[in-house]
Design a protein around this ligand. Structure first.
Ligand SMILES: [Zn+2]
Length: 419
């Protein structure tokens, strides 16, 4: 079995920060076989074993909400629309690039939140059969949406609600998770959600029950109190976006342990880059108000014990894959979460909620690890200084400067997380 040893100055194990001196992490094949205090490399080493002294180790990151088939770095809205009419081969190529970009940022597990073209399933299969270092993909395939409801690019329309269980059973054969488009998008000019919820409590409950019977978790695209009330009552496992949240909902979510993926990034882009979206200063002010309210609710959610999951909605306008997940960790920090809680939301929390094996510098855990040039507990920008991404036997060493290029791009469009 191939052994690799890391001697690290500090580490985060998915729940806890270890800063008090060196630790030795022993990796055998796909598993972490030992984690010990101090530099124990001489104890665990034998001829041919690679020993690396590093600054910081943590579990591979989990991107909780992404659309692999979309390039979030494409800012021109006309190009984005035309792209949806391009060939599936072209989209698969874009998906491959997005997967690679995610890996370079330290992501080792991605939950894809839906696409109409099945690119997510193709990328999932390619990643699973690849011999190289690629993140694992959980694919929702096609989502479900109501009759003439929002979400045509990522969901199948269910016109006849009596057939909802049948459709879910069918989707569950191929999909790892069942995605429901419960509400429309946000009308930023009006500062509220467009339209009415696409499913009522009864049909939503049927979706959840059928999915659970097939061993699948459910997640709902949902913003606004009308939709949130339906999702929580129906027992949806995870609420995506969740703008216009309130305390009553959060209390109910904490009680039922409904997860929340607040996806700040796409709205933050609209606020920071109004010229790309055609917003005037009044709408920009509304966007700021929505983001501030969102941030306060996220802080309250953490206090109440709602499981928070980091997800960037990568692929959305102005939300590139990989680096945007780091932005999302920063948004959670800015909301008031400490680094330990924010990083748990991007590592151990989603793995536990989704029934995935534990990963990271923990004995018997999956060997999915990120090595950083410094500790993010000392300097949060260290999250962007990825030295190596370990995925079992594979090690990816991102080319120096690649992440910088993306930051430069963001500066060019007037986007700077936390600035
Ligand atoms: Zn999405």
């Amino acid at each position: 079995m191939q052994r690799r040893i890391l001697v690290t100055s500090s580490m985060f194990d998915g729940e806890r920060y270890w800063g008090g001196g060196e630790r030795t992490v022993v990796i055998d094949g796909d598993k972490v076989s030992e984690v010990a205090d101090g530099d124990q490399s001489s104890v665990f080493s034998c001829p041919g074993v690679e020993v690396e002294h590093v600054a910081f180790v943590m579990p591979g990151l989990v991107e909780g909400h992404a659309h692999l088939f979309l390039n979030g770095g494409e800012l021109d809205t006309a190009v984005r629309s035309a792209y949806l009419k391009s060939s599936v081969d072209n989209m698969v190529e874009v998906g491959r690039r997005n997967l690679q970009q995610s890996a370079e940022a330290g992501v080792t597990l991605i939950r894809d939140a839906g696409d109409r073209f099945g690119v997510n399933h193709v990328i999932r299969a390619e990643a699973a059969s690849s011999a190289g270092p690629l993140p694992r993909v959980r694919s929702a395939g096609l989502g479900l949406r109501g009759l003439r409801g929002y979400g045509a690019f990522m969901a199948r329309e269910v016109g006849d609600l009596t057939r909802v269980s049948e459709v879910v059973s069918e989707l569950a054969k191929e999909s790892d998770d069942i995605k429901v488009i419960l509400t429309g998008i946000i009308d930023f000019e009006a500062g509220r959600v467009k339209g009415v919820p696409q499913f009522d409590v009864d049909s939503c409950r049927k979706i959840v029950e059928t999915a659970h019977a097939a061993g699948r978790k459910t997640f709902a695209h949902c913003s606004g109190l009308d939709g949130l009330a339906i999702a929580v009552e129906a027992g949806i496992d995870s609420i995506e976006h969740g703008f216009f949240m309130n305390e009553e909902m959060l209390v109910a979510m904490a009680e039922k342990q409904v997860a929340w993926v607040p996806t700040f990034s796409p709205v933050d882009f609209q606020w920071r880059s109004p010229k790309w979206c055609g917003w005037d200063s009044e709408t920009q002010g509304k966007l700021r108000g929505i983001l501030d309210q969102h941030s306060r609710q996220v802080a309250l959610a953490a206090e109440l014990g709602v499981p928070l999951v980091c997800g960037s909605d990568a692929g959305s306008h102005g939300v590139p894959h990989g680096s945007s997940l780091i932005d999302e960790v920063e948004f959670l920090s800015q909301a008031g979460l400490n680094m330990q809680t924010a990083l748990a939301s991007a590592t151990s929390v989603p793995r536990r909620l989704w029934g995935e094996e534990p990963a990271g510098p923990v004995k018997r855990a999956r060997a999915e690890l990120v090595v950083l040039a410094a500790s993010p507990f000392d300097d949060p920008t260290a999250l962007r200084k990825v030295v190596a991404v370990i995925m079992g036997r594979n090690v990816l060493r991102p080319e120096r400067g690649k992440m910088l290029d993306e930051t430069t791009l963001k500066k060019l469009i007037g986007y700077r997380p936390g600035g």
